[in-house]
Design a protein around this ligand. Structure first.
Ligand code: SF4
Ligand code: F3S
Ligand code: FES
Length: 243
């Protein structure tokens, strides 16, 4: 069996360092298998969050050779193992220990989004095309890799209040729901900070569920905000009906 060296972050909020572990690997292994092997054979105190090992729980996000990814879905034959493979925790969130980060900020952000509000007396008939449009957004597994990679959150998070791509996807799933009557555009424009997104599409590139975050969620939401607040014709009618 060939040997591969993994360079894994060990530490906590106070600081840490990359530590080398050389392990024997087999065909078909994923990065999470190697982390488990390191835990079993060399470092039983290595902290790592995981649950399903099937790309569905969203727990095992990390940065492998600098790329945000799910460790359980990253096969060794897709990365360069001729050199030490670096595994670090997600950079945008505070480290708890080793590869485990504190992602609770995301759940606070989620509270800004008004929940599903169906029209009263709705008869709940939905057409397939309406189902298809929001179905893509429902695939989100809340891995927060998109939040991790977005430069707005990475560099300016607390100053902007930007809710980030994951929560733009969630807002889109509600705003585009045919039975929902709530209006979330003011939240998007103001405290949600949608204007901070400059469409870099890094979020879309890392999404393990291949949700077209930018094209199908963010851009249509931006268009709705522009129509609502900056379109002169819409603005005229709003003032007309408000008076
Ligand atoms: Fe993860 Fe994609 Fe959901 Fe973002 S949108 S949290 S990358 S599954
Ligand atoms: Fe960030 Fe995605 Fe926009 S990476 S800047 S939310 S397109
Ligand atoms: Fe569940 Fe990786 S362990 S997504």
């Amino acid at each position: 069996m060939p040997s591969v060296t993994f360079r894994v972050f060990r530490g906590d909020q106070a600081g840490g360092e990359l530590k080398d572990y050389t392990v024997e690997v087999q065909e078909g292994m994923v990065v999470l298998d190697v982390i488990h092997k390191i835990q079993a054979e060399q470092a039983p105190d290595l902290a790592c969050r995981w649950n399903c090992k099937a790309g569905k729980c969203g727990s095992c996000g990390a940065e492998v050779n600098g790329k945000p990814t799910l460790m359980c879905m990253t096969r060794l034959d897709t990365i360069d193992t001729s050199k030490p493979v670096t595994v670090r925790p997600m950079k945008t969130f505070p480290v708890i220990r080793d590869l485990v980060t504190d992602v609770k900020w995301n759940y606070e952000v989620n509270k800004k989004i008004k929940p599903f509000t169906p029209a009263p007396n709705t008869n709940w008939i939905m057409y397939q095309e309406d189902v298809d449009r929001v179905q893509e957004f429902r695939k989100c597994i809340e891995c927060f890799l998109c939040q991790n990679v977005c430069h707005v959150l990475r560099e300016h998070n607390e100053k902007t209040g930007f809710i980030g791509p994951r929560f733009l996807v969630r807002t889109a799933s509600l705003e585009m729901h045919p039975l929902d009557v709530e209006n979330r555009l003011e939240m998007l424009k103001n405290e949600g900070g949608i204007g901070y997104c400059n469409i870099t599409k890094c979020c879309t590139e890392v999404c393990p569920e291949h949700i077209r975050i930018t094209d199908n969620a963010i851009i249509p939401l931006k268009e709705r905000v522009v129509d609502e607040y900056y379109d002169p014709v819409m603005s005229f009618f709003r003032r007309l009906f408000a008076s």
